[in-house]
Design a protein around this ligand. Structure first.
Ligand code: NAD
Length: 528
């Protein structure tokens, strides 16, 4: 490809240091080198292609050390990746759907067989705890298995119309689907937004965040190794303003899916629309977790912890607002704070670690300044004022750590009521009535997720119906599954990215008409 200075033909990678147990620049480098001995780059035409653009430096979120750099693929790299994807799309669309299903099943098996490697790679390069990345790697296998099941079941209709016609529809792939993904769950979102378009017969180009590209490139290598033809699963590595902007406004692209922030999502949708390309947007959230006094409060407290502190709050569906009925508010908040303070922060490669660091430097600054803004806005910090000694006295002291933080008294006027933090920070407040709780939950421009905890079934369903959100949990939080539609209302985006319906997002309908009798008026009443 024209923008590459060197290439590596390796599609299998080499054995990883799976025994890596300590995050350090040396470990992250070793893990990267094991897979990408010639350097990190795009995955195009079935091989890794190192870019030629600006250098992108990666620093460990766990230690603050610099561990790698790679070259942005740039606009030229995006062009080459798209050329590969256009060729791949033709081959893939012409492949028998039963063959496509068999290959995707093999991708699922291959990802499962390499799940531990993928988890270690993800943890070493992002700082996400291994206990989370292991689940995410298994989920990616599940995504390919699920959509493999649909690949040979994408059906059209026969449609009765007046007169002598046989009329039917077919679902036709768009061709090339570009999936832009964020840094908080690169492997997971890379699988989430590629398995369905592939099952529908498209080629994909995933553009991972510049901060966390490695696991997506590795996923593409494994998919290729499992049998996906050259050019069917591509990855374009580099900056949003160069590679991302080029990919999402190129008329060779049939559809864009974007996961990321509201501002960037809007920019991407506008640029895509100007080129005539439709876009699915999965954006941020400010989800309310509503706890009534009649709930199982012990379970609700654990649910509230997992809602906000898993992934260190770097989750679009994080339960970042905790609304608690006034009669139990003080005790409930104290319980959550006390359990939050016991969460284990530590080395991401230690399987016992529950909460990791903040993945990007600028997000660390955002989180710490929003905590200050919340306090300045009148909230009281109940927990989260210091990091554990175990951490500050270790090799992790230079990392981007934020303790699990609970601020109480986050009233509607507080900036934390409506601003997405995307970190381990929950804002709590008391409410008096069900109507007030619903109004508070809906008083943001977001509409991604939410939950209610109550022992009253009727109330649970009433609140579930009244809160404006794409996903809502009753007496639970945060479970999602590839079989279930996921997406947002309002500023949280539009379109859905999972479930059977998403196959409609990744195909277009073609209607075919044929007369069943040669005689008679050829173009009578139904002509347009
Ligand atoms: P971001 O918007 O900064 O970046 C997302 C992606 O867009 C990155 O790959 C980036 O390189 C790319 N990009 C940047 N500028 C671009 C441009 N001009 N053209 C094309 N691509 C461009 O978001 P982030 O900081 O990586 O992720 C955090 C955000 O993502 C949070 O708001 C979070 O809520 C959201 N998120 C949403 C979901 C969801 O499913 N709803 C899931 C995960 C994260």
């Amino acid at each position: 490809m024209s923008t590459t200075s060197s290439t590596s033909g390796s599609t299998t990678g080499t054995a990883l240091p799976l025994d890596a147990t300590t995050s350090s620049a040396a470990t992250a480098r070793a893990v990267l080198d094991a897979h990408f001995p010639h350097g990190l780059g795009s995955f195009v035409d079935g091989r890794v292609a190192v870019g030629r653009g600006e250098s992108v430096v990666l620093t460990s979120s766990a230690t603050g050390e610099r561990f790698a750099e790679y070259a942005d693929a740039g606009a030229e790299g995006a062009d080459s990746v798209l050329a590969s994807a256009v060729r791949g799309a033709e081959v893939w669309a012409a492949t028998d759907p039963f063959e496509r299903a068999a290959i995707l099943r093999e991708v699922a098996r291959t990802v499962a067989a390499h799940a531990e490697e993928l988890a270690v790679l993800e943890s070493a390069t992002t700082g996400k705890p291994l206990r989370d990345t292991r689940v995410e790697a298994a989920k990616v296998s599940e995504m390919f298995g699920y959509y493999a099941g649909w690949a040979d079941k994408i059906l059209g209709h026969t449609i009765p119309v007046p007169g002598n016609w046989h009329t039917y529809t077919e679902r036709v792939p768009w061709g090339v689907v570009v999936a832009v993904t964020p840094w908080n769950a690169p492997l997971f979102t890379g699988g989430w937004n590629s398995a369905a378009p592939l099952a529908a017969g498209n080629a994909v180009v995933v553009k991972p965040s510049e901060f966390t590209p490695a696991s997506t490139v590795r996923l593409a290598q494994l998919a290729h190794q499992a049998g996906l033809p050259d050019g069917v699963f591509n990855v374009a590595t580099g900056l949003g303003g160069t590679v991302g902007a080029s990919l999402t406004a190129d008329r060779r692209v049939g559809k864009v899916s974007f996961i990321g922030s509201v501002g960037t999502g809007r920019r991407v949708a506008v640029a895509a629309a100007a080129a005539g390309i439709p876009a699915v947007l999965e954006l941020g959230g400010k989800s309310a977790n509503i706890v009534f006094a009649d709930a199982d409060l012990d379970r609700a407290a654990d649910g509230a912890i997992s809602a906000i502190f898993s992934g260190a709050g770097q989750s679009c569906v994080a339960g970042s607002r905790l609304l608690v009925e006034r009669s139990v508010h003080a005790e409930f908040v104290a319980t959550v704070a006390e359990r939050a303070a016991r969460l284990r922060l530590g080395d991401p490669l230690d399987p016992a670690t529950e909460v990791g660091p903040i993945i990007t430097p600028s997000q660390y600054d955002t989180v710490t300044s929003l905590i200050e803004a919340g306090v300045a806005g009148g909230a009281r910090r109940v927990t989260g004022d210091r990091l554990p000694d175990r951490l500050t006295g270790s090799g992790l002291a230079g990392g981007r750590w934020v303790p699990p933080t609970l601020l109480d008294g986050v009233t509607p006027a507080n900036p934390l009521e409506t601003t997405e933090v995307f970190g381990p920070v929950v804002g709590a407040d008391a409410f008096d009535t069900e109507a007030e709780a619903i109004a508070r939950a809906n008083a943001t421009d977001f509409g991604l997720a939410g939950a209610v905890w109550t022992g009253d079934v009727a109330r649970a369903h009433h609140v579930a119906r009244a809160v404006r959100a794409g996903t809502f949990w009753i007496n639970s939080y945060k479970t999602i599954h590839v079989a279930v539609p996921f997406g947002g209302f309002g500023d949280s985006g539009h379109g859905r990215s999972s479930g059977p319906g998403v196959l409609d997002e990744y195909t277009q309908t073609k209607a075919v008409w044929t007369p069943t009798r040669a005689a008679g008026a050829p173009f009578p009443s139904l002509s347009y």
